[in-house]
Structures are given as structure tokens and as C-alpha cells.
Design a binder for this molecule. Structure first.
Ligand code: SF4
Ligand code: SF4
Length: 354
């Protein structure tokens, strides 16, 4: 059974409360788990794709950074290049996005080099992979804070610590390996030929015309076109598609295997912001509406327990994400435990005025 620390958001909670909560919960987690932070402890983050407005804003990270600074720990923002075209495809664009979205308090380290070429192979014993390509700098840090926005995801069902640890820490080749097998199709009957999807595809795999189609030789299965199509004409499910649903389960298992490789023999602390909870993920360059009021901030040393706790609490509030089979596979791979106990962190408005 793993401990998950939780600060529950309230309608009147502001960003200062979030900062105090994250400071307090990190302090408790570090003390109670006996972790001794030292040297440089990067924050694995996600800056949000350009056009997305529901990613976790940089001021929400300030409580974590303050905590590290107060304890004499150096830090940086750590990211890897996205697989598909867009504003996070390579270092220069990622730096630009980080600045535009206000992530300027810490230096940025691209863990997999300028364009995803820098990685180490980590051996595991998974159903899909025997070795995983993890961004080199991820593996060079014994300690890291994996900070995630918990929300939905078009392929994995939900995205939180496990996805941040896997897709978020993999090099471009690793990301490609995980996406292989998830190839969408265009339903011509539904396609209105609006051409919105074409520029979204960094691989030039989409042809829109009398008979619209996706070239599966070029497609890397990133799912970006599925997310952008306003008419639900692009789908990873099809009538022929038991295989596709099967492919999605395999995709989730691949995420778990990469998460195992990413954290293997290293010390990680996980912080999940269950705020601005949308159906789609922060990679989607569009405005989305939160599905429910903010739940709060979670912290744990166990990536499975923290995601399970977020998943359960959101389900209990009436929103169900796909992907629950992730947890059983993660447990079987030794990534963590889906059994957890909640340790609530209270941060009354009037306690700390620093
Ligand atoms: S976004 Fe959807 S409807 Fe528009 S062209 Fe692409 S597939 Fe067709
Ligand atoms: S066709 Fe769609 S899923 Fe394939 S690479 Fe292009 S945007 Fe990604």
C-alpha cells in the first residue's frame, strides 16, 4: 500500500493556496519517506502546446521550486521533443513555447538533445519491449520530480504520472516505438473536407480530397489529427477495428514498460495537478473546457498509486476516463501499487503568510 498526499482544491482556492499546498505536501512527503534530496533535482514538466489553454500554468509550479530552493537544491525544467510537428518538435521551438507560456524561472534542459537524438537504452523484460530509448539526461539524474497534469488522453484514456514518466521521458525513437500500431483512418462519409487536419500532421501523411486517406507508411500514430478533427471523421476505432481497440490496450502497456525503464533504479517523486481536467491532453493545440471543478494536487513516490488515486477521485465525481487496465499491467510489471491510502494535507488560508 502506497501513501498518496492530497490537497483538495476548494472553489475559493487561488494560486497562492496551490503554492502553499505543494510546498507543504512535498515537505511532508520528503520527511516521511526519508528521501534525502541532493544536488540538482530537475522538474519533468509539460509546457502545453501552442493554442492549448488548460495546461498547468507556471505559477502553479512555484511552490515546488520554492521548496527546492529553501532546501538548497538546484533545479531545471526538463522536457523531451514531441514526436509530431508543432511547436515542441525540437529544441528551438520548445524553448520558444516555454517562454511564450511563461516557464522562465528555471533553465530548460532538453533531455533527448536538440531533436530527440540523445538517449540511452534501458533493458527491461516487458511484453512489448526488451529495451527502451529514454532521454539521456533523464537517466543522468538520480532524483527527479515528475510533475504532471492529470487529464484525459485520446489514446491512453488518461494521462498523469505514468504517461509523463514514459512518453514524457522517452526520446523521439522511443515515442515512435510506443505509437507504432495505433494508426487512424479517415471515414470519408463523415469528412467535410475542411482541411483542418492536414497542417496538424508533421509527417504529411494526410490527403484530403474526394477520397481522403492517411498514408500509414508515413503516419507515426501520434493521434494529433484525431484530436483536431471537429467532425469526428478521423478515428482510431473502426468497424474492422477490434484490432484498433486491441492496439490501444497494447499502447497503454507500452507506456507502462517505458515508465518502468524511465525510473528503473532511480528515485522519483510524483506530483499530479488534477486541475483544469479536460478530455484531451495538453498536446492538443485547441481550447478545451474542463469536465469538472478542480480536484486538487496529489503527491507520492509511487506513480501507479498517484494516478489511481486521481482516476478514482475523478470517477467518484462523475467523470470516467478509459484506460483502467493500465493499473493492473503496471502492478504486474512492478511499477507500483494501485492500493493506496490518502494522507490529506490541510493548508488553511490563515496559516502561512510568508
Ligand atoms: S479535419 Fe476531419 S473533416 Fe476536416 S478534412 Fe480532416 S478529416 Fe476531414
Ligand atoms: S496522420 Fe494523424 S496520427 Fe498519423 S502522424 Fe499524422 S497527425 Fe499523427
Amino acid at each position: 500500500m502506497s501513501t498518496v498526499y492530497l490537497w483538495k482544491a476548494t472553489p475559493e482556492a487561488d494560486v497562492e493556496m496551490v503554492q502553499r499546498a505543494t510546498r507543504t505536501m512535498l515537505d511532508r512527503l520528503v520527511q516521511e519517506s526519508g528521501i534525502e534530496l541532493e544536488g540538482t533535482v530537475p522538474l519533468k514538466v509539460h509546457f502545453g502546446e501552442v493554442g492549448n489553454v488548460t495546461f498547468i500554468r507556471p505559477e502553479n509550479y512555484d511552490g515546488i521550486i520554492d521548496y527546492l530552493e529553501c532546501n538548497g537544491i538546484r533545479s531545471c525544467f526538463m522536457e523531451t521533443s514531441a514526436l509530431y510537428g508543432g511547436q515542441r518538435y525540437k529544441r528551438e521551438l520548445h524553448e520558444k513555447t516555454a517562454i511564450e507560456h511563461g516557464f522562465t524561472r528555471l533553465p530548460l534542459v532538453m533531455a533527448d538533445g536538440d531533436r530527440g537524438e540523445s538517449f540511452v537504452e534501458i533493458m527491461i523484460d516487458g511484453r512489448h519491449f526488451k529495451s527502451c530509448k529514454i532521454g539521456r539526461a533523464v537517466r543522468e539524474h538520480r532524483q527527479m520530480l515528475i510533475v504532471s497534469h492529470f487529464k484525459g488522453h485520446i489514446l491512453s484514456g488518461f494521462g498523469g504520472a505514468i504517461k509523463q514518466l514514459s512518453m514524457g521521458c522517452a526520446s523521439k525513437g522511443g515515442k515512435l516505438a510506443m505509437h507504432m500500431g495505433v494508426k487512424p483512418r479517415i471515414r470519408n462519409r463523415k469528412c467535410r473536407r475542411c482541411h483542418l487536419c492536414e497542417p496538424r500532421c508533421g509527417e504529411n501523411a494526410i490527403t484530403i480530397g474526394e477520397k481522403s486517406f492517411i498514408d500509414h507508411e508515413r503516419c507515426v500514430g501520434c493521434g494529433a489529427c484525431v484530436a483536431i478533427c471537429p467532425h469526428r471523421a478521423i478515428s482510431i476505432f473502426s468497424l474492422r477495428g477490434a484490432m484498433n481497440a486491441f492496439g490501444l490496450k497494447a499502447f497503454r502497456e507500452k507506456l507502462v514498460e517505458y515508465a518502468c525503464a524511465s525510473q528503473k533504479d532511480l528515485q522519483r517523486i510524483y506530483v499530479n495537478f488534477a486541475m483544469n481536467i479536460t478530455r484531451g491532453c495538453d498536446c492538443e493545440p485547441r481550447r478545451m473546457k474542463p469536465l469538472l471543478p478542480d480536484v486538487g494536487v496529489f503527491a507520492s513516490t509511487d506513480p501507479v498509486a498517484i494516478d489511481r488515486a486521481c482516476f478514482d477521485m475523478i470517477r467518484d465525481r462523475g467523470t470516467k476516463f478509459r484506460g483502467a487496465d493500465t493499473f493492473a499491467y503496471a502492478e504486474s510489471m512492478g511499477l507500483g501499487s494501485s492500493e493506496y491510502s490518502i494522507s490529506e494535507v490541510l493548508v488553511p488560508r490563515d496559516t502561512v503568510q510568508t
